[in-house]
Write a protein that binds this ligand. Structure first.
Ligand SMILES: Cc1ncc(COP(=O)(O)O)c(C=O)c1O
Length: 368
């Protein structure tokens, strides 16, 4: 048996007629950049997240940069995020002109530890970017409370958490601004690059709208030094079709997470915890294991493809050596980075594939 890490073909097959016709419409209308398809998606995704505005952007990385630029963040400022994230969170801070300041995570949720946040705040801190890693929201209430007390803005990195909820509220509606990636493999993925900024703040929305399009409120009039970060029409059309299926796909992922739990119960494998405040959407199903390299190779020989999110935290990446952090600075992240392993996860994964994966893991550990 072969178990893919993700399977975008299976998903496409299940919605092929809708997708093909939506893409054909964009081509027939030659509305390739922004246009009606993007505006339609923006309206629907804003409503889905429970905010007034969504702006289509050309990637999640650009969405984070646009959000920070719209908030006036730049040279001389510090922005706090976690060390256990994809490099793009830190890169966006750097490209906005600011300095990333890192904090450690909670062992159970893999997300920013609010108890460690206050110590990282200085006079230069302009924003906090909690990352809803693996599809589980960070513990937003204490983070928002600290930010409120200190007069600092909160930007959600919701790039892995489309449709996830914190105490019943969807991600993208929890901070002042939410940033999404619609990279193809995400829970809501385009057929190319894509991203979005969500907010209830009209001023920020208007500014992001201009910044993504050369700082321009109307053609050839430029109010700000902007950039070209527009979402393409075809991506807007694909995303609007796929948004209709997102809850069903997220339910499928949650069901698959339960099946992994059922079949891996009683083993030495550490299973992910769904925090009491969270509705997790399992963009990544991350387990904790011993002897990881050998397990990865054993599973590969059995036709099962896994991944590691992420093998090297930001503070140990060469690109960020200039920040001056060293090994030992973030013990919780460092304690799990050699143990974490992401198992195959997508809505169309079958119970048979999940059971096979769990059986192979048990076989490796002699726990069958
Ligand atoms: C947590 C996180 N932040 C930011 C990004 C950047 O998104 P994109 O790849 O669309 O630029 C990603 C994408 O993988 C991500 O997982």
């Amino acid at each position: 048996m072969k178990v893919n890490f993700v399977d975008l073909k299976a998903q496409y097959q299940s919605i092929k007629p809708e997708i093909d016709s939506a893409i054909q419409d964009v081509i027939s209308n030659t509305a390739f950049i922004l246009g009606k398809a993007v505006a339609d998606f923006e309206e629907k995704f804003a409503a889905y997240c429970g905010v007034k505005y969504c702006l289509g952007i050309n990637s999640g990385t650009s969405a984070l940069i646009m959000a920070m630029k719209a908030l006036g963040i730049g040279e001389g400022d510090e922005v706090i995020t976690t060390t256990n994230t994809f490099i793009a969170t830190a890169e966006a801070i750097s490209y906005a002109g600011a300095r990333p300041v890192l904090v450690d995570i909670e062992d159970e949720s893999y997300n920013m530890d609010p108890a460690k946040l206050e110590k990282a705040i200085t006079k230069k801190t302009k924003a906090i970017i909690p990352v809803h890693l693996y599809g589980q929201p960070a513990d937003m209430e204490p983070i928002l409370e600290i930010a409120r007390k200190k007069g600092i803005v909160v930007i959600e990195d919701a790039c892995q958490a489309h449709g996830a909820e914190y105490k019943g509220k969807r991600t993208g509606s929890l901070g002042r601004v939410g940033c999404f990636s619609f990279y193809p493999g995400k829970n809501l993925g385009a057929y190319g690059e894509g991203g979005g900024v969500t907010t209830d703040d009209e001023e920020i929305a208007q500014k992001v709208k201009m910044l993504r399009d050369h700082g321009s409120p109307k053609k050839f009039y430029h109010e700000y030094v902007g950039n070209n970060c527009r979402l393409e029409g075809i991506q807007g059309a694909v995303l609007a079709v796929k948004l209709k299926h997102l809850d069903r796909w997220n339910d499928g992922r949650r069901k698959n997470a339960d099946l992994y739990r059922k079949y891996l119960k009683g083993t030495d494998v550490g299973l992910p915890r769904e925090m009491p405040y969270a509705k997790h959407v399992y963009h990544v199903f991350c387990i904790r294991v011993k002897d990881r390299e050998n397990l990865i190779n054993f599973l590969k020989d059995k036709g099962i493809f896994t991944n590691i999110h992420y093998p090297i935290p930001i503070h140990l990446q060469k690109a960020y050596s200039f920040l001056g952090y060293k090994k030992g600075d973030f013990p919780v992240t460092e304690g799990c980075m050699d143990q974490i392993l992401s198992l195959p996860m997508f809505a169309e994964l079958t119970e048979e594939e999940i059971k096979y994966t769990a059986d192979c893991i048990k076989e490796f550990y002699g726990q069958k």
